[in-house]
Design a protein around this ligand. Structure first.
Ligand code: DAH
Length: 341
């Protein structure tokens, strides 16, 4: 028996293993269920009792030697295999960068608008999107029978008392005046809602930026100059602005703000309806009723206000012809604004 053990021990030591097949052959020859080492254990029962202790120890040593040779080489080959056949991760390869997202075009333009007004001394204010009748209509001098107060124009959350999704950011003017004393110079960007069918030019949900300046002796010239500067900064020096007489319940006098069409550069196209001009918002001198509704003395203070559509301005800036693109989340559309911020 001892002879056999020595003989096997030498065989195990000398067995060359350089490939997976050789490793498998080694396993079959020595440590599998019918392998030589295993078979030798079967002979153990025939060993004379006085030799059993010594033989047992020798046999176990043999078994451990065979198994550890196998384990060590198997582990080695495992890693070799991965590196050799390139099946695992090659840590030396450069990383594939994650695609970074970009700002939505409406946010790009909104941020730019904020930046321009902030440099003129305006601060930011905000108000809720679900608004009561007072802040959205009554304080702003809307007559009882004004059409905007009808269901077909406004999304009401509740009737009597009326609660609605705000139809314009002018509601924030009221909240700001109620909470601050003049001088006030503030802009309020935000989302607004109107009960309109969705088309290339209209949506039931869009964005506005409201502006308001209240102080002693604020005049229409201040309004004109502020918006004149804004338009040149946002578009370019060649962009012209004009004020067209209009009507809003909360301003007197009121004016619509038009700029030269940035799509056809004033030559005439379907966006500007071949007039060369497009409207970007409304403006005017704050109605004395609005000031006094909000606790500001109209004999002491005057103010101007304006409201612009962020979608409209963005469409002009980037020559976008369909309003629906802003909410469709088409990655091919959104990707084009990478780096625009
Ligand atoms: N709130 C108006 C609208 O949604 C826009 C507007 C017009 C805002 C004149 C003003 C303003 O502050 O003075 O159509």
């Amino acid at each position: 028996m001892l002879e056999k053990i020595k003989e096997l021990s030498k065989q195990i030591e000398d067995f060359k293993i350089e490939s997976k097949e050789q490793l498998e052959n080694f396993r079959l020859e020595f440590i599998s269920r019918k392998g030589k080492v295993t078979v030798l254990f079967d002979d153990f029962k025939n060993v004379a009792p006085e030799l059993k202790k010594q033989m047992g120890q020798e046999l176990n040593k043999l078994k451990v030697a065979a198994q550890s040779k196998f384990d060590a080489l198997q582990e080695n080959m495992g890693t070799n295999k991965v590196q050799g056949k390139n099946e695992g991760a090659d840590l030396t390869l450069p990383v594939v960068p994650n695609a970074l997202g970009s700002l939505h075009p409406l946010n790009v333009v909104k941020n730019r608008m904020i930046e321009i007004f902030e440099r003129m001394g305006f601060n930011l204010s905000e108000g809720p999107e679900i608004e009561d009748d007072w802040h959205n209509f009554t304080a702003l001098n809307f007559p009882e029978d004004h059409p905007a107060r009808e269901m077909q124009d406004t999304f009401f959350v509740q009737k009597n008392p009326d609660i609605a999704l705000r139809t314009h950011t002018s509601s924030v003017q009221v909240r700001t005046m109620e909470n601050q004393k003049p001088p006030i110079r503030t802009i309020s960007p935000g989302r607004v809602y109107r009960n309109e069918a969705i088309s290339a030019r209209a949506h039931c949900m869009f964005h506005q930026i409201e502006g308001m300046y209240i102080d002693k002796k604020v005049s229409f010239a201040d309004l004109k100059n502020t918006l004149y500067h804004f338009v040149k900064e946002l578009f370019d020096e060649d962009t012209k602005i004009r004020f067209r007489p209009s009507y809003f319940p909360f301003t007197e006098p009121s004016a619509e703000i038009d700029i030269t069409c940035n799509i056809c550069k004033g030559k005439g196209c379907n966006i500007c309806k071949y007039s060369g001009w497009v409207e970007i918002g409304g403006s005017g001198m704050m109605d004395p009723n609005v000031l006094s509704n909000c606790g500001i003395d109209p004999n002491e203070y005057s103010g101007f206000a304006f409201g612009m559509g962020i979608e409209r301005v963005t469409m002009l800036k980037y020559q976008i012809r369909d309003l629906r693109l802003f909410t469709e989340n088409d990655i091919r559309f959104l990707r084009q604004f990478k780096g625009a911020e």
